[in-house]
Design a protein around this ligand. Structure first.
Ligand code: FES
Ligand code: FE2
Length: 427
């Protein structure tokens, strides 16, 4: 990869080609519970290099506005959320959920001064316990994407997020590259309560040389990894990637399905959203408490910052003895293992000019290519059509054992679309 391509893919601040592409899609930004009630404390948010404050006003309306007061730049995180607006604590200027200044107590009212003051603000949409943001041009705002995990009943799903201290792309590339599972996570597959017991684990652990095939989908790609199974069958794990940063992990047995959004906070940090859901049944008490304890794809984090307790400052609590005896990494937790290897791939923004890619990187290469093409097209004035294509969001991951002679595109056509009984579970 050329340095210029790497720059283009990894920079998402305002005005950058990839930043503009991100700004055409709805992104998860907050849990609903972070703004639990009307007039509750405001929350700081950082997304795509922009610093903002979110609040729920006295009427229950959600607002996301520039973090800094238009007067002299004080952080509205310290503001008073009261009487349908957020009031700066320094001189009392007040803003509504659209960022419109509605009161400047230090100026004569008749001057109409406050009407001319407006903070930047973005629309929010709350669904399934998650608050999403659209940060693009108002005239390009697409309909809200009905991801399956937010449309199932609340008892079917669990969502968490964690701050990952690296660029969004190297984090997401881990979500696409399913070959690392046979190595990095090999100590966990048979022990983690949210993975263990699935037959697929044995194929993962036995065949460490999966063959990758990629096909284009409406929304991005389906990335198929094929491993050998018994009786002349193949074990397929199929990972959908939907533009720009949604990936789904193929399921294991009857365990819940899961996946991620890799949302840039700035160029050296991202918020990794992880969701688990079962399309046809409620999560069990045991599953839910395992998720809360940071098992499976979830991580134990500090409140407010969402920084994992195991982080780069403590070397993710690596245990070298465990690495020699019971675990491939010596690091507890599947997602922490990912973070440990991803947060510093020659720095928080990986230098892709020095890589040596192999056949197991087929999915990663195809994803970069599609992103580059879309970002360049948008920079040249061609708006993406995907945000306006609802079918692009109706995807599943899939894990299946099938006869070698069945083409995997056929398998997908048969099993990937959301089945009728699953549709029935969606409300
Ligand atoms: S800085 Fe906010 S009111 Fe003065
Ligand atoms: Fe991983």
């Amino acid at each position: 990869m050329k340095a210029e391509q790497n720059e283009l893919l990894t920079r998402t601040g305002p005005g950058t080609p990839m930043g503009e592409l991100f700004r055409r899609y709805w992104q998860p930004i907050l849990h609903s519970w972070e703004l639990p009630a009307n007039d509750c404390p405001p929350v700081r948010v950082k997304c795509l290099g922009e610093r903002m404050v979110a609040f729920r006003d006295s009427n229950g309306k959600l607002g996301l506005v520039d973090e800094f007061c238009a007067h002299r730049g004080v952080s509205l995180f310290f503001g008073r959320n009261e009487e349908a607006g957020i009031r700066c604590p320094y001189h009392g200027w007040k803003y509504d959920v659209n960022g419109q200044c509605v009161e400047v107590p230090s100026e004569p009212e008749e001057s109409g001064f406050c009407k001319k003051i407006k903070l930047k603000s973005y629309p929010l949409h709350e669904r399934g316990g998650v608050i999403f943001v659209y940060m693009g041009p108002p005239e390009q705002q697409p309909p809200f994407p009905e991801w399956e995990f937010i449309t199932v009943k609340p008892e079917h799903s669990y969502v968490s997020k964690r701050w990952q201290e690296c660029n969004w792309l190297q984090a997401m590339e881990g979500g696409i590259d399913s070959s690392h599972v046979s190595f990095l996570h090999s100590g966990q597959l048979n022990h983690d309560p949210l993975f263990k017991g699935a037959k697929g684990n044995q194929y993962n652990l036995k065949d460490k040389k999966p063959v990758f095939e990629v096909v284009e989908s409406d929304g991005g790609l389906y990335i198929g990894a094929r491993r050998n199974a018994e009786d002349g069958n193949y074990y397929w794990r199929i990972t959908p990637w939907v533009m720009p940063c949604f990936t789904m992990v193929p399921p294991r047995g009857d365990h819940p399905m899961h996946g991620h959004f890799w949302v840039p906070m700035d160029d050296e940090n991202c918020m990794a959203w992880s969701f688990d859901y079962h399309p046809v049944r409620a999560l069990t008490k045991e599953e839910r408490s395992a998720m809360e304890e940071g098992k499976g794809i979830h991580v134990k984090v500090f409140p407010v910052t969402f920084r994992p307790l195991q982080n780069k400052d403590n070397d993710y609590l690596i245990d070298r003895e465990a690495q020699k005896t019971v675990s491939y990494t010596g690091i507890k937790g599947v997602r922490v293992q990912d973070m440990a290897v991803q947060e510093d791939q020659r720095g928080p923004i990986s230098d892709r000019t020095t890589e040596h890619l192999g056949s197991s990187d087929t999915g990663v290469i195809a994803t970069r290519r599609r992103l580059l093409g879309q970002a360049r097209a948008l920079a040249e004035g061609t708006e993406p059509t995907l945000p306006f294509t609802p079918s692009a969001y109706r995807v599943h991951s899939m894990a299946i054992v099938a006869d070698r002679d069945v083409a995997w595109e056929d398998l997908m056509a048969r099993h990937m679309p959301i089945a009728e009984e699953q549709e029935a579970a969606i409300h």
